[in-house]
Design a protein around this ligand. Sequence first.
Ligand code: PLP
Length: 461
Amino acid sequence: MHDLLRNTPDLETLDKRYFFHPFTALADHERNGPHVVVKGEGVWLEDNHGARFIDGMAGLWCVNVGYGREEIADVLQHQALTLPYFHSFSSWATDTPILLAERLIEMAPVPMSKVFFGQSGSDANDTQVKLVWYYNNARGKPGKKKIIARNRGYHGVTIVSGSLTGMPSLHSGFDLPLSFVRHTTAPYRLWEAEPGLSDEDFVARLAGDLENLILAEGPETVGAVIMEPVMGAGGVIVPPEGYYPAIRAVLDRHDVLLIADEVITGFGRLGTMFGTTAMAMQPDLVTLAKGITSAYVPLSACMVSEKVWRAIVDGQGALGAFGHGYTYSAHPLAAAAALANLDIIENDGLVEQAGARGAFMHARLQAAFADHPLVGEIRGTGLVGAVEFVARKSPATRFEPALKIAGRVVKAALAQGVITRALPHADTISFSPPFVISEDEITQMVEGARKAADAVMDDLV
Ligand code: PLP
């Protein structure tokens, strides 16, 4: 029955008739319809017409252990039969979230005290903002409510996390951002730094921009700053050496918390278990999602430091019981999947593998794209990379957005059997494959992308 359903030739028609797609150009979709995936194995996906693709993005930067892992499927089946669900409100608990919380705190990149579970990166970042607000209310600093994120940062799409996201295209149409959110400069060398500027001077400028913003707003009104260790959807932007220590020094001067959004970087993508470690960040709160279950089921987590936890607990007298939580907070099935996923990552040495395959991928990207006349920058670290196209290299000049260069390269790559992704507000394509990708598959992925770029560039002349 299920297989018959999957192979029905009518899936495209049914989709166009009934399915409201997220993050989709809806008018185009009404004309052209969906691309339906029915199967995954390792890094390979198969569509409903039998065509196969290398998933160069691990879904949306998330299927880190690859498709078809029986270990996770078995655990899910067992947990569904044993206890599919019970909640954790009012001191109730189930076993797998307790075990997962312990494991996360033990592996935390900086000392952390407690874990609050949700379902998505977006809702976790909403929770982080509520924790910052509650923390400041509890310690008698109710004015400290503003949250600073970065231009091009991506933190989700709910009303709060979508406000934190620093991308105008995700604001217009939705009346965002909310009034308590501010954005500061991204560490985006290609467009924010003149050629030849040293890392040291660039860091000083970025930290200065943040400090000036805090001072202009009034430090007594600023609660927290949220940053991805390496910016993902905003362009795969790796900050310069010394950036986070300089940011932390600013925050310490003004009693402002730091939230590390590790939704992409958590659980190995940079070749270290957490991006916080790779980038020398010292956060007070850490957001996790995606790689926590390799996306087999939805789960997110907020790791909370003892400083924040203790203030929240001590504030209960005045503020009452902690009135925040989702029906699916600490879902036992999701926690079981996370435990199985972490076992795979540890037992198969996938963090080290992501580092090694990442180095190989960057070497291939350099070999394929460094000499390309229209490539402005090749970026990334670990198993995440990006290629940004420019109309002119020196001085760096953008293409007309209407040309939709990155979108066209992505489409041409698909014709080569490679899935990559165009990132918003830049002519950038990204690579973030499952950690189990082989060297041959990396070569195939990068060569497919280069052929695609050539095809699009040939079209332009
Ligand atoms: N934070 C970061 C860094 C992300 O990359 C994403 C999603 O791409 C999110 C938050 C939002 O996560 P979700 O889509 O699960 O809500």
